[in-house]
Design a protein around this ligand. Structure first.
Ligand code: ASP
Length: 730
């Protein structure tokens, strides 16, 4: 099927779904609308003046063509030459990777002098949604006759992969992916154009792009210039290609026009973007696992790891630079999870959803036919989640041990390398072939680039301490007991329970931290590598079975959950008489709202627009509130250019609005009622971290950088007038 007929077909499917399900708008401004629902929204009532066909159109260019997924978040094309506007925190890894302590672009900012000076943002890709088609029937048919739960979940995954593969064959040059919209019941195939050469164009200094640091993260009022410019490049013939100096700027089908006058309080706005994950339609049992296990485990461990890394960073700028992405990523999650926990407790969310579920079941069971269709859905969910509660933090501990502990990362690489090298040369993945020694060395060196023995030993100790605590608290310790005896074996005499002493001892003992030794190890058979007695290799052998077992039971549970969740969602839809939006799943969504303040606490009202004055007021001259001197001078001399708001008499910096966003919406274009660019989304207020489970018009607020601040910083502070000209060209 060609792309255009694909789009047309998708549109028809969307229409049919609409007619059969009927439509009722969500309350307030809740709703992360998928493409299939945009045409049915009452845009006028939401203050949007352009027709839905301007936003998404299956047969001609629309605003969706100007939005891309980049760096795990969102960006928008803002020129015909592939200029992308996104967040500073999205471009962060790219800038960090070209920085050194001497030439520190992360600290000082990066502004290419011209196109030739734009630098590769290694590892970044950019994807644009081209079309979609509902494939629920095909996926469900594949799983229909499979009784065994693990087999069922495998059948679903295989069907999703097969459908994607077939679609890629039919649509040469495009990437296809099937996404689950409602668990166990609804699947949509998306087609993407993927661009593989993304470059850094202009990124403000960290003291602007991350002004306020973690202290202000997830906080309103906000004064952060969290924006950056990238550019998409393709081969000279227009096809996607990896980085090459011969590549040329990509010409998107559509790009956004800036409204340099920005927005005022009360104005309508809407966003297009790629929200990552929400859990609004999950059961009270799911929420209980979140509240009792996942959120406290991650926020606690990450807080400890961040402290360890920050302490080391404070002593050495090179360590600070190398560890900065890791610290930033973990700090973002830690504070978010802390906010979620607080919000869950404040709202009594688990109990609230449980009460709702009981009411829902009363309604369902009042009609015997409905009751038969839905069955004992709550009992089924409880049985599944009791197992998850019983597993507790164990799978998470294993997950972090294999990810956060450098020794374990290397040990697993070496063990899998040794195992794969048992195959004939041609049947090995390229990295393990003869002749790939240099590539392997480079891979290990890059893994070692963030290895600092003291930091890593203390992080391992933080995990081991938790393992000891779990082992001490229960009788059936299986793999935990083996880890304890590993600690006894490798720790200093009589200190086998002292997590830090053991961690230091194993780091001192291990030979893994040298690429030459690793190369020697992978030349051996796996049994020989194990006999070599490296403590990390031993530990990765010990945890191999439990990791597999937890994975297997998760697969079985998933297989059981799919059909149960399909009934749960059906029950919710019947009860609420509402065709609600599927939870966010990293596919393209639209959300609408207004520039609007809120009350975070009793007697406090927060206005929805901040200004440059606030940046200067917060300035302490030291991190995280260390505004560049030049910025302060520009403000003092009231050098606002054309970027000030006449009402405010100052340059607007941050904007607050009641749209429905989550992680992944970072970098989403904020557009006014006419579809013009007025800001870049980058965060939510602290109370809205709970959004992912429950949206509310009282506390759900998203935060963006005002386009006038983007222009002012780029022009006045970064002196990148050519970028401003490209951005504002008609
Ligand atoms: N800061 C978030 C992100 O990184 C945006 C959000 O969660 O609201 O995507």
């Amino acid at each position: 099927m060609s792309t255009s007929s694909f789009r047309r077909c998708a549109f028809l499917v969307g229409l049919v779904l609409l007619v059969t399900l009927g439509f009722r708008p969500g309350r307030g401004e809740e709703g992360q609308w998928p493409l299939s629902r945009i045409a049915s929204l009452d845009l006028k009532a939401k203050g949007i003046e352009i027709p839905a066909s301007e936003i998404w159109n299956s047969s001609r260019a629309s605003l969706v063509d100007a939005v891309c997924r980049v760096g795990g978040a969102t960006g928008s094309f803002v020129s015909s030459d592939g200029l992308i506007l996104t967040n500073h925190h999205v471009a962060f890894r790219g800038v960090q990777s070209i920085s050194t302590p001497e030439k520190n672009y992360l600290r000082d900012g990066f502004a290419a002098k011209d196109r030739k000076d734009e630098r590769s943002a290694r590892g970044y890709t950019c994807r644009i949604t081209v079309g979609y088609r509902d494939v629920s029937a095909q996926v469900l048919e594949a799983a229909e006759k499979v009784e065994d739960p693990a087999g069922r979940s495998r059948a679903v995954r295989e069907a999703m992969a097969r459908i994607s593969k077939e679609a890629e064959k039919e649509n040469k040059g495009l990437t296809a992916e099937v996404s689950e919209m409602f668990q166990g019941s609804s699947y949509v195939l998306f087609l993407y154009q993927v661009i593989r050469d993304v470059r850094l164009v202009c990124v403000p200094p960290r003291a602007v792009g991350e002004y306020g640091g973690e202290e202000d993260n997830w906080v309103w009022p906000r004064h952060t210039g969290d924006f950056a410019f990238l550019r998409a490049y393709v081969a000279p013939d227009g096809t996607p290609a990896v980085y090459s100096p011969d590549n040329v700027p990509f010409h998107p089908k559509r790009w956004l026009r800036v409204n340099p006058k920005g927005v005022s309080e009360g104005d309508a706005v809407f966003l297009l973007g790629y929200p990552g994950r929400t859990y609004r339609h999950q059961s009270s049992w799911f929420l209980e696992v979140e509240e009792r296990i996942r959120l406290p485990f991650y926020s606690g461990l990450f807080a400890e790891e961040i402290d360890i890394m920050e302490e080391a960073s404070a002593k050495d700028p090179a360590v600070a630079l190398a560890l900065s992405p890791e610290i930033k990523g973990k700090a973002n999650v830690e504070k978010n999870f802390r906010g979620k926990l607080l919000g869950m407790k404040r709202l009594g969310l688990v109990q609230k959803r449980r009460t709702e579920e009981l009411e829902m079941m009363d309604y369902i069971e009042a009609d015997p036919a409905r009751g038969k269709q839905i069955g004992d859905v709550l009992g089924d969910l409880e049985a599944i989640y009791r197992e998850v509660l019983a597993e507790g933090v164990e799978p998470h501990l294993l997950g972090r041990l294999t990810r956060d502990c450098k020794g374990m990362v290397l040990a697993q690489d070496v063990m899998s390398g040794a195992a794969l090298r048992m195959r004939a040369n041609g049947r090995r993945p390229a990295i393990w072939r003869d002749g790939a020694e240099d590539k392997r060395r480079a891979r290990w060196e890059s893994m070692l680039a963030t290895h600092y023995e003291d930091v890593d030993a203390r992080i391992l100790a933080a995990i081991l301490r938790r393992i000891v605590a779990v082992a001490d608290a229960q009788e059936d310790t299986d793999w935990l007991a083996e880890v304890l005896s590993w600690m006894e074996r490798h720790g200093p005499e009589g200190k086998g329970r002292d997590a830090l002493a053991v961690a230091r001892a194993v780091y001192a003992k291990s030979h893994l931290f040298d690429p030459a030794t690793m190369e020697e190890m992978i030349q051996k058979r796996p049994e020989e590598v194990l006999r070599g007695g490296d403590p990390f290799v031993e530990l990765s052998f010990i945890i191999q079975d439990p990791v597999q077992n937890f994975r297997r039971s998760a697969g079985v549970r998933r297989g059981k959950l799919d059909p149960v969740m399909a009934r749960y969602i059906a029950a919710r839809q019947l009860f609420r008489q509402e065709n609600f939006c599927p939870d966010a799943n990293s596919t393209l969504r639209m959300t609408t709202g207004h520039i609007r303040g809120y009350s975070p606490r009793d007697a406090v009202w927060s206005k929805p627009i901040t200004t440059l004055r606030g940046v200067v007021e917060k300035n302490r001259g030291e991190e995280p509130f260390n505004a560049p001197e030049r910025l302060v001078k520009l403000w003092e001399s009231k050098d606002f250019g054309d970027y000030a708001s006449p009402e405010l008499g100052d340059v607007p910096v941050g904007i607050l609005y009641d749209t429905d966003t989550t992680g992944g919406n970072s970098g989403s274009p904020v557009m006014d009622g006419k579809g013009r660019l007025v800001g870049v989304n980058f965060d939510r207020c602290f109370e809205a971290t709970i959004n992912d489970y429950q949206w509310s018009e009282d506390y759900s607020r998203s935060i963006g950088v005002d386009i006038r601040y983007v222009l002012w910083v780029t022009d006045k502070l970064m002196n990148a007038q050519w970028v401003v000209e490209e951005l504002t060209a008609r």
